[in-house]
Write a protein that binds this ligand. Structure first.
Ligand code: F6R
Ligand code: MG
Ligand code: MG
Length: 365
């Protein structure tokens, strides 16, 4: 049996340039230096450092499995080193996502977002890593449903015998800290009931029915960790593709529709998810609109061959221009719902303070 490898994507916002729009090159170089050292020491098989908006993304392959303390520690120390650089340059919100003073075995629950999967490398292993900025993990629910359960999106669900049986979705209730596995196509309607409520229920992983892991998403919610608004979670997603899994084009297809996600300015607005090329991943208008990049890799004996910039394709121009139309339309609403998030989503921002301040002035009507 072939040896298993682990693909880890660990990310954090440790300082923005300028404001929350992008990242200074010195932070990327610092991260590369750190991971190069780890590579030389044999801790990693390979790595790629990139960014989406103000989020620093560490993409790593290794043999230590998921949740490996060594890999999490390396990532944490890398973010700490980048924070030091960010502080020197007085980058905006330096160290913003590092919610703990100390590392205690895992980066989970102390700020960074994590998506990791361990698998046996196939004869050819094409994967796509999606990275988003100015939104939260529920943003993956709609595209993941379409990729793995909608035959109008994924022709392979009908045509390819290896996919015909359907997939299993692991769904997390991020408020109650519970999870459930739901199987498609049999439990499609049950699944949709949950994942349509994407603030609370998030798809964490998708498996083929023979147990093969197909996708893993980060589901960390910073506000739930910190108990207050400390920036958006800006999630990542790993999807394996082809040869009995959805094709690269089927995995990208849902993003030709700019669906509405939460995030954008102050993490408090609904806006369209705009698929962009790497060089366009700098949210500036009203700190957005939210955007997503897709980095394609072929993994060869653990080496990351790539990335290919998969949204750098005129076929996504229409989605981008529609996203801008939707952005205009929503912006006209200013501070009114549904552009601004509903009250229950503002509980970690100004609302509780305002309520408290005005409490005494409320009288029976
Ligand atoms: C959204 C985000 C930004 C900030 C906004 C205000 O995820 O990070 O939209 O919320 O720029 O930032 P502060 O309060 O730091 O001035
Ligand atoms: Mg930021
Ligand atoms: Mg961000």
């Amino acid at each position: 049996m072939a040896e298993k490898i682990t693909l880890s994507v660990i990310k954090a916002d440790v300082g923005g340039f300028v404001g929350h729009s992008s990242i200074h090159n010195d932070l990327l170089e610092t991260a590369k230096d750190r991971l190069s050292n780890a590579l030389e020491k044999g801790l990693l098989i390979d790595f790629h450092v990139t960014r989406c908006g103000d989020d620093l993304e560490l993409i790593m392959t290794h043999k230590h499995g998921v949740d490996a303390e060594k890999i999490h520690k390396l990532s944490w120390n890398t973010f700490v080193a980048c924070t030091e650089v960010a502080k020197k340059l007085k980058m905006y919100g330096a160290g913003q996502d590092l919610l703990s003073d100390a590392f205690t075995g895992t980066v989970k629950g102390i700020g960074p977002g994590v998506a990791e999967m361990e698998f046996e490398e196939r004869k050819s292993e094409p994967v796509i890593i999606f990275m988003a900025d100015k939104t939260s993990p529920g943003a993956w629910n709609l595209p993941l449903y379409k990729i793995f359960a909608d035959p109008f999106n994924t022709a392979g669900l009908v045509i390819d015998p290896a996919m015909h049986e359907g997939f299993i979705f692991e769904v997390v209730d991020v408020y109650e800290h519970k999870k459930i596995n739901l199987s498609t196509p049999e439990e499609t309607y049950d699944l949709l009931m949950f994942i349509g409520a994407m603030r609370r229920f998030m798809i964490r992983a998708v498996y083929r029915k023979d147990g093969m892991i197909a996708a893993v998403a980060s589901t960390q919610k910073l506000s739930l960790i910190a108990g207050k608004y400390v920036g958006k979670d800006d999630p990542v997603l790993i999807v394996r593709t082809q040869a009995g899994l959805p094709a690269v084009g089927e995995v990208l297809e849902p993003f030709a529709f700019s669906h509405i996600v939460e995030g954008w300015m102050r993490g408090s607005h609904h806006g369209p998810m705009m698929p962009v090329a790497f060089y366009e991943a700098n949210p500036s208008r009203f700190d957005g609109p939210p955007r997503v990049i897709a980095a394609g890799f072929q993994i060869a004996n653990g080496k990351l061959i790539g990335p290919r910039d998969l949204f750098d394709d005129p076929a996504f121009d229409k989605a981008r221009s529609r996203a801008n139309e939707i952005a205009n339309y929503l912006r006209y609403h200013g501070p009114f719902e549904p552009h601004r998030l509903g009250l229950e989503d503002l509980e970690y921002t100004t609302m509780p303070q305002l309520m408290k301040k005005l409490e005494k002035r409320f009288e029976p009507e």
